[in-house]
Structure formats: structure tokens, C-alpha cells
Design a protein around this ligand. Structure first.
Ligand SMILES: Nc1ncnc2c1ncn2[C@@H]1O[C@H](COP(=O)(O)OP(=O)(O)O)[C@@H](O)[C@H]1O
Ligand SMILES: O=P(O)(O)OC[C@H](O)CO
Length: 498
């Protein structure tokens, strides 16, 4: 039997999952790592800690699976996207902490870019994105602007940039490979998703030398092999790489145009496969490369919600009104509804469809009768409302009426949330047996890259756990959703005004 080892490097934890060649999960290991918040709106990770934590989960998973490194046919990597690491090519040392996708420190660089004539349209048409601090480009600029001699060193080819996939491959190959895949490259705001090359105009605008950037490869194929010193002398090929949301789309077998998935993790990310069509969204969605396989690129339309499961984490760690994330369902069930309370978790601004870097979190509709249960319920509701905002934008752009939404990610186990999601969307919500679609997608890509599976075989492996059908009446949905829209409006622009 052949095994595929998958690294899922998420925003809050590192995971390693091992699959056999029938697609069955054999072992899972997960470990959280440090979230660094140096000041309001800043979010950092220590890239060295990420690598060490990831490596520890690999070793744990292999020992749990009772296999040896020689049994592993291929490695797949999937990762939190956009998070930016810049390191010294010779020493391998990062210049400083990685700047995480949620970090808002480059809002002013974005404003300057937006002010350049024609730039907003240029960015949308060529990178598929909107100008926002979310993406890697302005984070790289910030690093080059703030570390001593960084611009000079970068121009001399002494510095390298990578998203986390690139950083992990660099570590696994002991500095032999500086590579990424199409899906990750398309999140940098530096990659031209039409011409399939780094975009000279964007690099010039931000003064980023091309020599810092990794080589871009198809998502399934050979990325390099692990250095002998890491896994007891065994060299394992890395044959699949994709950003976590694109990997989840793949893991959910959304292979046909118009199929969509929504992942409820730290954030919420809905992606719709648009095949070879590249949408120029007028509704605040972004276009991105879903994957590139066998010389063929497929695109996706994406709605990115920055805070979803992490709002539940805030109930646990910030407010301390629940002990574990799953308690949220227990307390939320104690009330019929949020009874007019709305939590807008704009802790890191708002993404799709609002793109407001200055919005901040707010709670509306409090009365003397409001209890912690209402707050918890309203927080869960906010995941569903944000998803509706995204789906409405998607339907406006594509005129595609979804038959069903496939869901996955940590918070998708919450049945109350999934039922409310279906109610508020008026659409069936389908949860697969395995909600780890992200890791599964990376395993599938690695399996294709290692010629273990075909896409057709993968589509047959998708298996449903539970389907949620809408129960709430339309007029009730309209009423409560109107309240949400009003609440969002009032939380926008907050840090600009106050
Ligand atoms: N039962 C639950 N109800 C609501 N949220 C949950 C539940 N279980 C986990 N979560 C949330 O899901 C997130 C973890 O999901 P995961 O897919 O592991 O995220 P990521 O890959 O972004 O690290 C956490 O933010 C957590 O608060
Ligand atoms: O770490 P996750 O799973 O919340 O995903 C983060 C996204 O990739 C950010 O774009």
C-alpha cells in the first residue's frame, strides 16, 4: 500500500494527515502555534516556529500511522495563503516575523496604490484581486521598507520571498527549491493570472525585485524532494501544492463549472469553480487560479470573509464565555434566536463584498434582556450572514443559482450553524463525511502528481455525511438579514472616523 503525507499549515495550527491510496485517513496530528499581535491590527507568526511545529506533527503522524518514511509515496502541501515571509538566501533566517494575511498594517500603502490612475482596474483585470492589505504584495513592500538595507539586499538577490508553501518547501529541501504553485502565486497581487507570469507593472509600482520571487509551478507535479537529513535518509517527492482554499475546492471535488464550497475555518472562504472563464467581478468578489494541472489552468471566483471561526475563538479566549469552540452550539441552542442582537466580527476589517480595511467589530441590539447565550448565538449567526453576503455577490456576477453548497472546515461540525446557514441562504447545505477537505485536496493533488490517482477516481470518493435544507420562511429571513445589513453599515469606516 502507498501512503500520501499531507501538510496543512493553517492560520492557527499545523496539521499533518496521512492517507492511504484508497483515500482513507490513516493518521492525523495537529498542534497550535503562537499568534503574535504586536499592536492593534497587526498579526504575525514566527516562520521558524511554524516549520518546527509542522515537522513535529509530521513525525507524530508517521509514528501514529506505524509506517516508515519509505512507505510514503508523495507529500502534498497546503497552506494559509498570502502570509508573507522574507528570508536571507544564505543564512535561511527570516528578516522578522511573517506578516499574516489578517494583518492590516499596510492599509496606507494600499491607499497610495489606489490613488494611482487606473491602478484599481489594472489590479482587478490582471491579478484578479482588489487592492487590499490582505494580499502579500504590500506586506513584502513593508518588510523591504522597514528592515535595514533590505531594499539593497533584495536588489542584489540576497533575499527571498515566499508564502508558507514556499517556506516549507525551502525547509524540506534544505534550501534547494524556491518554488510555489499557481494558486498561491495568484494571492500575492504580483502575479498576472491572465499571462501566467509575475507582473512587471506591479513589481515596479511596489519596488519589489523579481529575483526575490519563487518559480511558479503547476499544482500537481514535481516540486522537489525532501533532503536526506530530515526523514532518516529518505528522500520523499513533493508532488502537490495549493493554497488551502483552492485545495478545499479540489478536496470537495468541485471539478465542474458552477460547483462551490464554503470552508468555515479561521475565516470563511467560498470558492466557485469557473473553469476557463475569468470573471471580472463587479460585486466585490475576487478571481483566482484554482489550480493548474497538466498545462491547464482553472479559475475560481472567491468570496473571502476574514473572521469566522476566529470569532468563536474570541468567545473562548477573549470573552471567556465558552470553554471550547463546540460549547457555542450548546449555549446558542438555549435561545430561540439572537433576538435582535447582531455581532459584526470585523476584527480585521471586512473582506468580500465590502473591502473595508477600516471597519471594526461591533455589537448591536443589546437590551437588558440580552444574555451570554444571545451573544454566542449572534456570533454564530454572523458566520452565516457573512456567507450570505458572499453568495449574493456570486449569484449577481455569475447568474448561477447554486443547487447546493458543499461545506467543510472546523466550524462546519456545528449543526445549529449549518441549519441556520441553509435557512438564511435558502439553499441546501451539504456536509461531507470528511470535513478536512483542505488536507484531502492537497493529498489528491499530490496523488495526481505522483500518478496514483486520476481526477475521475477522486470525484467518486466524495461522500456525504449530512444535508441541511432550508426551513425558515422567506419573510423571516428577509427581516433578520436586513438587520444584519444595517449592522454592517454601522461598523464600516470605524477607525477612519474614530
Ligand atoms: N463546534 C464548533 N462550532 C463553531 N466553531 C468551531 C467549532 N469547532 C471549531 N470551531 C472553530 O473553527 C476554527 C478551526 O477550524 P479549522 O478548520 O481548524 O481552522 P484553520 O484551518 O483556519 O486553523 C476555530 O476558529 C474554531 O473556533
Ligand atoms: O488558515 P485558514 O484555513 O483560515 O485559511 C486562511 C486563508 O488561506 C487566508 O486567505
Amino acid at each position: 500500500m502507498k501512503y500520501i503525507l499531507t501538510l496543512d499549515q493553517g492560520t492557527t495550527s499545523c496539521r499533518t494527515i496521512i492517507y492511504n491510496d484508497l483515500g482513507k485517513t490513516i493518521a492525523t496530528s495537529q498542534s497550535e502555534y503562537t499568534q503574535i499581535y504586536p499592536q492593534a491590527g497587526w498579526v504575525e507568526h514566527n516562520a521558524v516556529e511554524i516549520w518546527n511545529t509542522q515537522l513535529q506533527t509530521i513525525k507524530e503522524a508517521v509514528s501514529q500511522a506505524k509506517i516508515s518514511y519509505t512507505d510514503i509515496a508523495a507529500i502534498g502541501i497546503t497552506n494559509q495563503r498570502e502570509t508573507t515571509v522574507v528570508w536571507d538566501k544564505d543564512t535561511g533566517q527570516p528578516l522578522g516575523n511573517a506578516i499574516v494575511w489578517q494583518d492590516r498594517r499596510t492599509a496606507d500603502i494600499c491607499d497610495q496604490l489606489k490613488a494611482e490612475k487606473g491602478m484599481i482596474d489594472y489590479v482587478r483585470q490582471n491579478t484578479g484581486l482588489v487592492i487590499d492589505a490582505y494580499f502579500s504584495a504590500t506586506k513584502i513592500k513593508w518588510i523591504l521598507d522597514h528592515y535595514p538595507n533590505a531594499h539593497k539586499k533584495a536588489e542584489k538577490g540576497e533575499l527571498l520571498f515566499g508564502t508558507i508553501d514556499t517556506w516549507l518547501i525551502w525547509q524540506l529541501t534544505k534550501g534547494k527549491e524556491h518554488v510555489t504553485d499557481y494558486s498561491n502565486a495568484s494571492r500575492t497581487m504580483l502575479y498576472n493570472i491572465v499571462k501566467l507570469d509575475w507582473d512587471g507593472k506591479m513589481l515596479d509600482a511596489l519596488k519589489i525585485p523579481k529575483s526575490m520571487l519563487p518559480k511558479v509551478k503547476p499544482s500537481a507535479g514535481f516540486f522537489g524532494k525532501t533532503d536526506k537529513s530530515i526523514f532518516d535518509g529518505v528522500e520523499i517527492p513533493i508532488t502537490g501544492v495549493a493554497g488551502d482554499q483552492q485545495a478545499a475546492l479540489f478536496g470537495q471535488a468541485c471539478f465542474q463549472e458552477g460547483m462551490a464550497k464554503n470552508t468555515y475555518g479561521t475565516g470563511c472562504f467560498m470558492l466557485m469553480n469557473t473553469g476557463n472563464r475569468l470573471f471580472n467581478s463587479q460585486s466585490g468578489l475576487i478571481s483566482t487560479i484554482a489550480w493548474g494541472i497538466d498545462g491547464q489552468i482553472e479559475y475560481a471566483l472567491e468570496g473571502s470573509v476574514f473572521i469566522a471561526g476566529s470569532a468563536v475563538k474570541w468567545l473562548r479566549d477573549g470573552l471567556k464565555i465558552i470553554e471550547q469552540a463546540q460549547d457555542s452550539e450548546y449555549f446558542a441552542k438555549k435561545v430561540k434566536s439572537a433576538e435582535g442582537v447582531y455581532v459584526v466580527p470585523a476584527f480585521a476589517g471586512l473582506g468580500t463584498p465590502y473591502w473595508d480595511m477600516y471597519a471594526r467589530g461591533a455589537i448591536f441590539g443589546l437590551t437588558q434582556g440580552t444574555t451570554k447565550n444571545h451573544l454566542i448565538r449572534a456570533t454564530l449567526d454572523s458566520l452565516a450572514y457573512q456567507t450570505k453576503d458572499v453568495l449574493m455577490a456570486m449569484q449577481k456576477d455569475t447568474h448561477i443559482q447554486l443547487k447546493a453548497l458543499r461545506v467543510d472546515g472546523g466550524a462546519s461540525v456545528n449543526n445549529l450553524l449549518m441549519q441556520f446557514q441553509s435557512d438564511i441562504l435558502g439553499t441546501e447545505v451539504q456536509r461531507p463525511m470528511d470535513i478536512e477537505s483542505t488536507a484531502r485536496g492537497a493529498a489528491y493533488l499530490a496523488g495526481i502528481g505522483a500518478k496514483i490517482w486520476t481526477k475521475e477516481q477522486i470525484a467518486e470518493l466524495w461522500d456525504m455525511d449530512r444535508s441541511f435544507k432550508p426551513k425558515l420562511k422567506q419573510h423571516e429571513v428577509d427581516k433578520i438579514y436586513k438587520g444584519w445589513q444595517e449592522a454592517v453599515k454601522r461598523s464600516m469606516g470605524w477607525t477612519k472616523e474614530v
